[in-house]
Write a protein that binds this ligand. Structure first.
Ligand code: CIZ
Ligand code: SF4
Length: 365
């Protein structure tokens, strides 16, 4: 650091338009030292500046392959942590607003996961029958827990393969933090619904009986995404009655009844590819985050495809929306002045164990 840090106050009142100019200017000046990664759920005002876009898996893979010194992450905190863990030690990952978290990720913490795992093992006579699987939407210390306990990370794209991997070595899985992704993926593998029970970490024994735990194949952490939780079966019924030839596609973070009444269920990459590769003139109802759906709807107009958002209320990822042009301009201008602000650094010991769980995932997919 050799210049005075520019404080955010100097940017927060700038208009979006002013910030757009400043961002472009900084990008020009920083040239190849900088790469900007953008998640599909990010809003247009910053998404347009991304050099690469994708879901968290694709973005994680980019961070392993990129050369730039500075990686600016237009996404949420857990994604920037993964970028820091997988990138080289001389690279710097920056999250323009540190308060951009993931509400679902926050539904599981290390203390509760450790206690739950201990309690479960006690009921199961320490027979080492459980594999912990964390959805990538989780803090780095939970990924580290999985790395240290023969567990693994999954994303919504690779969850089926990861569950298969887990069941090859042990009979049960503790799946956190998203119960919906765990349930849907297990169901598609042929596991009965009554063999997938919800584990409430705030209740003794997860609110379950010993028999339920012994019988269960997947213990589903009581967590969910508030955005995807808004989608309802009624939305699908109304769409199907208005458009009998319409097609419904949902994200597996949606409630079970939404997934089971959809024509297709899959990750954001799957949703984008399926609709982009569909026939012209098709009509789609899409159950995932609003920014992605709006962007896709605009793109598909020229191919005469109708893309409709599943809910009547605005379901935006409000934490991702905290990454705005003001914060992006601010971190970039600091970099131009040789100041790194909002760097995400995962402590070394946590990063090492988390990388084990992430590497296991990368080897499976
Ligand atoms: O993995 C991701 O990026 C998320 C949060 C959703 C998805 O399906 O891509
Ligand atoms: Fe987290 Fe939901 Fe936002 Fe995805 S949409 S980042 S799960 S809060």
């Amino acid at each position: 650091m050799n210049e005075t840090v520019i404080q955010f106050d100097r940017h927060q009142h700038n208009t979006d338009e002013k910030c757009q100019e400043r961002i472009l200017n900084s990008k020009r000046n920083l040239k190849d030292s900088l790469i900007i990664l953008g998640h599909h759920y990010q809003n247009e005002s910053v998404y347009r500046h991304a050099d690469y876009t994708g879901d968290s898996l694709k973005l994680a893979q980019y961070t392993q392959a990129l050369d730039a010194k500075y990686i600016i992450f237009l996404g949420v905190h857990f994604m920037a942590e993964v970028s820091n863990i997988l990138s080289r030690s001389d690279q710097v990952t920056i999250l323009p607003d540190l308060s951009a978290g993931c509400q679902m990720a926050d539904m599981a913490d290390l203390q509760k996961v450790e206690r739950s795992y201990r309690e479960l093992n006690k009921v199961l006579n320490f027979d080492q029958t459980i594999t912990p699987i964390t959805y990538i939407n989780s803090a780095a210390d939970l990924k580290a827990f999985c790395g240290d306990h023969d567990g693994i990370v999954c994303t919504s794209t690779n969850a089926p393969k990861i569950l298969e991997w887990a069941f090859k070595s042990k009979e049960k899985v503790l799946f956190f933090p998203d119960q919906n992704l765990g349930r849907w993926t297990g169901f598609k593998m042929g596991i009965n619904l009554d063999e997938m029970v919800v584990w409430d970490p705030d209740l003794p024994l997860g609110g379950l009986t010993k028999e339920q735990i012994t019988k269960a194949k997947i213990l589903l952490w009581k967590g969910h995404c508030a955005v995807h939780q808004m989608f309802r079966l009624d939305h699908i019924k109304k769409f199907r009655s208005d458009h009998p030839d319409g097609i419904v596609i949902s994200h597996p973070e949606s409630p079970f009844e939404v997934c089971s009444n959809s024509d297709f269920v899959g990750s954001t990459e799957f949703i984008l590819n399926t609709i982009k590769n569909s026939d012209s003139g098709t009509k789609w109802l899409v159950g995932t985050e609003l920014n992605l759906v709006n962007r896709l709807a605009n793109e598909m107009i020229k191919e005469d495809k109708m893309v409709k958002f599943m809910s009547h209320v605005i379901c935006e990822c409000s934490t991702m929306a905290r990454i705005d042009p003001q914060h992006l301009a601010w971190v970039l201008e600091n970099l131009e002045n040789n100041n790194i602000v909002n760097e995400i650094i995962v402590p070394e010991a946590i990063a090492k164990s988390a990388k084990i769980a992430l590497d296991r995932m990368m080897q499976v997919v």
